[in-house]
Design a protein around this ligand. Structure first.
Ligand code: FAD
Ligand code: EPU
Length: 349
């Protein structure tokens, strides 16, 4: 006897507390869970859904819900991983939008594939991974994305965007610039069987030495990244947060040189253009005295100054008010504007 899973379900007045890693207590007018993405045009045309505002959520690990969400929140629940093409040096993999990102990283390593090891333990879903072009420890996912399949709400048709069409940048893509236009149903990644491990980011080599690894393979790098992340970042299951709350600002080199005269210890990193540099927002926020700050239940992590935290029942509006105070103080001290990384829902920056 088969117990067929319904292709979709619609719940009215649904709590989003477990659907955002800040654990902000907000609700959605209705929550649409879709297991079978080919039905997307049909469910979007349902009378209860058509004409209502629409927001896609993965695991809610990069959003700040400043208010209750009107209309429909759509969650993709397609969680299959398929191998599309095997070659001597790579495999092409298609993963459903609802697949857990870290689960895909672990699956790839167990199947002898590499490339994603530096991106281990990033929370969230595969469907969200292209949105801000997730990155960590010297790697961004755009290096491995071959194509993204999506429903285009501007033209009402299925589209397949190749890597170039995604216009990836640091924490950026066409999807981030045109929010809510593309509903991503799956992502295709081209993963090498062997590649040069990326060990340059501060801390990875030291971590592996401490682990006693001499000739590292991709899985060792993933283990090192996991250990560093567990040490550095608060676990959202224990303390609500959305990872880095601000992007690291990218500034013209001349402006950075002037800043360095006044703040010689300010960490500076390469950016995607030679005439620009990326600065550490976390360092600047700590220098303004915010690390470990708490007012009510809204605060700044004592582990990492770039991470805003919800100690219990902070509202999205309270967290946002704190973020605005932090950015104003960084602007005043350093003359550098910093912008939120998570998407603000129900508010403008
Ligand atoms: P959500 O937060 O649910 O959504 C994020 C955005 O994507 C929203 O605009 C949403 O509408 C859109 N979206 C989601 N799914 C789809 C879809 N299928 N189609 C169209 N739009 C969609 N990020 C990094 O890059 N690097 C890190 O190292 C990192 N570390 C983190 C550590 C912690 C502890 C936390 C909590 C977060 C961290 N993040 C990091 C941020 C977050 O994990 C990523 O941005 C992740 O990709 C968000 O996935 P999600 O499924 O939770 O997306
Ligand atoms: N720093 C401080 N105080 C702090 C934290 C950091 O001074 O409390 C300074 C230190 O000098 C440290 C430097 O900032 O060496 C960099 O810190 P870290 O290595 O933690 O990196 P980050 O720039 O703060 C970025 C990403 C993270 C990603 C890490 C590792 C952004 C906005 N954040 O953080 O991504 O995991 O690098 O690659 O680019 C996220 O996007 O949510 C996220 C966690």
């Amino acid at each position: 006897m088969s117990t067929a899973m319904p292709a979709w379900s619609l719940t009215e007045n649904a709590s989003l507390k477990a659907l955002n890693t800040f654990h902000v207590d907000a609700s959605a007018e209705q929550l649409l869970e879709l297991h079978e993405p080919s039905l997307l045009p049909d469910v979007l045309a349902l009378p209860q859904v058509a004409g209502t505002p629409l927001l896609v959520l993965g695991s809610g690990s990069n959003v700040l819900l400043a208010d209750n969400v009107p209309g429909t929140v759509l969650v993709f629940a397609n969680r299959t991983i398929e191998e599309l093409e095997h070659r001597a040096d790579h495999t092409v993999v298609r993963a459903g939008a609802g697949v857990n990102w870290h689960g895909l990283v672990m699956w790839s390593l167990q199947n002898g594939l590499s490339g994603l090891e530096n991106l281990a333990l990033i929370p969230g879903t595969v469907g969200a991974s292209p949105i801000q072009n997730i990155g960590a420890y010297g790697v961004q996912v755009d290096e491995f994305i071959q194509a993204v399949d999506a429903w285009d709400r501007a033209t009402n048709q299925w589209v397949r965007l190749d890597n170039e069409a995604c216009a990836f940048g640091y924490r950026d893509s066409v999807f981030k610039r045109e929010p809510d236009r593309y509903l991503i149903t799956s992502v295709e990644l081209r993963l090498p069987l062997l590649h040069d491990l990326r060990l340059g980011y501060a801390g990875i080599a030291e971590e592996m030495q401490a682990m006693g690894v001499e000739l590292p393979v991709a899985a060792d790098v993933a283990n090192a990244v996991i250990a560093i992340r567990r040490r550095k970042l608060p676990d959202p299951d224990v303390l609500g947060n959305a990872g880095s709350f601000f992007k690291n600002p990218v500034l013209p080199l001349e402006q950075v040189e002037v800043l360095l005269q006044q703040f010689p210890d300010l960490p500076v990193y390469p950016a995607d253009r030679d005439d620009r540099r990326k600065l550490s927002a976390g360092w600047m926020i700590e220098a303004c005295g915010w690390k470990g700050f708490r007012e009510g239940d809204a605060g700044v992590s004592a582990q990492h100054a770039l991470v805003l935290v919800n100690h219990g029942s902070a509202s999205g509006a309270e967290l946002l008010a704190l973020a605005r105070r932090i950015s104003a103080s960084v602007l005043e001290k350093f003359g550098v504007p910093i912008e939120p990384e998570p998407r603000l829902i129900g508010a403008q920056w």
